[in-house]
Design a protein around this ligand. Sequence first.
Ligand code: M6R
Length: 602
Amino acid sequence: MCGIVGYIGSKEIKNELIEGLRELEYRGYDSAGIAVMQEGNIKAFKAVGKLQNLKEKTKNFKTIGPGVGIGHTRWATHGKPTELNAHPHMGKYSYVVHNGIIENYREIKSELEKDGVQFLSQTDTEVIVHLFEKEAANAKDIKELYDAFKRTIDRLDGAYAVLLITQKAPDTIFFARKGSPMIIGRNPGGEIYFASSDAPLIGKAEEVAYMEDGTVGYATPDTIYSEPKPLAFVPLSGDKLRAQKGGFRFFMEKEIYEQYHVISDTMIGRVLDKDIAFEELSENFLEGISRIKICACGTSYHAALTSSYLFERQAKMPVNVEIASEFRYKDPLLDTDTLFIVISQSGETADTLEALKMAKSAGLKTLAICNVDNSSIVRLADTSILTRAGIEKGVASTKAFATQVMVLWMLSLFFAKRTKAIAPETVEGETSFMHQVPRVLKDALKVHEKCKRLSKRYLHGHGFFFIGRDIFYPLALEGALKLKEISYLHAEGYPAGEMKHGPIALADAELFTVALMPKTILYDKTKSNVEELSARDSTILSISPEMFELADDFILTHPHTHPMLEFFEMMVVEQLLAMEIAIRLGNDVDMPRNLAKSVTVE
Ligand code: M6R
């Protein structure tokens, strides 16, 4: 949901900004822009669409010697994705970039319009730069400019990460953060970087500080000043490999293929030979917990829903799962015997973060299951379990989902053992199945060719139903989400047994049913549901280890004796199928239209 970068230093400023934005492009790609200031002169460039367009536009622009710059890649919230709405937004002598939403921008805008300010864009962001210039009208030095910046920030309601440069302080970047992430990096000699995540800083900055909510300050080559407290810099490990496509057509494809690898990382030190352990969870922390509530969005919500079956079945603990954006406004009843779990790949999803804040202020113990260390959610939760999927670049989540489900399966076993809901032999048996997951994820890739060939038959029609029962119902939801977000075809996930209560009315030859038909759970029941659809002429694609005679197409999976192994294999099939359909339709699988990797607005 928008990415911002900033740079102070002597390197080629445009390049530093564009390289940083490339790492953040997954956060939004409706437009991109930069503003570069040298010796008090500012030059700004903006381009609609992907970063490549900005690169083209700036190819003859060069900076020599020290200066400052800010840049932005946009996921449109207020105003269409046009050049005028692209950031940086300018005043008379200042430029601003912003990630987040200014909720009271209308009120500020009409106040500024009364003063005669003319707005060029339809964005909420533009008010920041004009308000700053109004406040800074008589400012003569850095102290007075900073006070003007603080007064500006104080007026803003909503979420923001803001960088502002002004000709009145030519070597300075003013910054503020509330609700949207911002990281600052530094090197000896006064080189400074800003970014919305640490990815652009890897290999660039020796030390970074993850700004707390409510931080305001300014940076020059000589000083980094922040309030309410000095920034805490820590070394940035340089060994995080930058995500490259590695020969694959798309990051999504690469990420599907590396699932068997990263899932082993997820399990290290947790799935032992015959036991399960989480050093993140102390007995002291878990004392008094008798139920679980989980909040998440999108794919992470599907992982949560999957786990509700596992927790209740194995650990015999009541579990309640909620979509974070719904949870926030329903005046939920929260009890302190509840462990509040949030699940998030990015750790920055605004709705999930707010749900976590609510649970914390109600006095609940909180646990984050997250892929990004040092993210806002990880820092806020009492404790966290990192999923260790590595950087996920594809907007359509794949390996993050696999690792979330794995953690949740492990966690349900951990609780089952702790509450003695299952015998030690069962713990041992389950861990032996868990050890098979990497192999299952690898073997599952063998259907890729088949998915490629099948994809050509599933490009039209009036929609898809993904159906399944039990844990295969959340997997059906996930399959439908994967397909719709990258192919733009209509798809719904449904419990197989629920079709007859309404949706079956849609069945005809143009309705594609993707039937998840595992052998280990409710096979016959699911089969009857699929038969009902087949009898009404729906085109059936069955995913099952068993040939289903009424299927128009089938993808045969390997026979397994544990439902979770069937789950992981079918998950890969769904991912590959969605990706191949989207590729055949000519879509940019990694950057689907209208989406952004991390959704930092509500
Ligand atoms: O980073 P999070 O896991 O909190 O993100 C939640 C959703 O925005 C995310 O899962 C989204 O649904 C993905 N695009 C799904 O592929």
